[in-house]
Design a protein around this ligand. Sequence first.
Ligand code: ITT
Length: 196
Amino acid sequence: MKQIVFATNNAHKLDEIRQIVGDSIQVLSLADIDCNDDIPEDADTLDGNALIKAQYIHDKYGMDCFSDDTGLEIDALGGEPGVYSARYGGVAHDSERNMDKVLAKLEGVPMEQRTARFRTVIALIEGDTVTTFEGKVEGHILTERHGTEGFGYDPIFQPNEAGGPTFAEMTAQQKNAISHRGRATAKLVAHLLGAR
Ligand code: ITT
């Protein structure tokens, strides 16, 4: 069976992709290959970060590997927080501080100018070949939080195509069907299953 490493420490992402590929491909975690390294993520683009992580594992372990990076790009903030989404509020992975900072910076900005998108880039390295897959979803940043599902910036992001709810007011299934990561992952899986 084809084996591939997913360079993430996020168990939720790992479960999600294992469910999609089923028994056809064995997706290994960093723990499965005994990698406890603090893999650098210091590029200034999503593509760069996704590639750094996959390249690190490929170079060190010689295994096929993929990695992803996601950012929220807000037009009125010149594309911020973008590649800095995880630590925008100053503390890594503190979603409340991240949302507070976004809402403060957008104070007084009218709804039609609060356009934003989530963008995910997945970098895959198979042998000597690098392929990238992108997924995005367009939406608006609301003026206050709505909903408690999901994670990160979900309570303040309203995807245009869902007709009203924020990501935090949708089930995981509803969100995955239109989300940035759902879309990038679908492209990756189609590639992996097609190339089996
Ligand atoms: P890794 O271990 O895989 O690097 P991470 O938490 O850094 O996990 P990402 O690079 O995918 O995750 O995302 C960076 C940040 O962007 C993340 O910490 C959230 O604040 C935000 N984010 C990503 N996906 C999101 C989503 O679906 N909904 C809301 N916020 C999201």
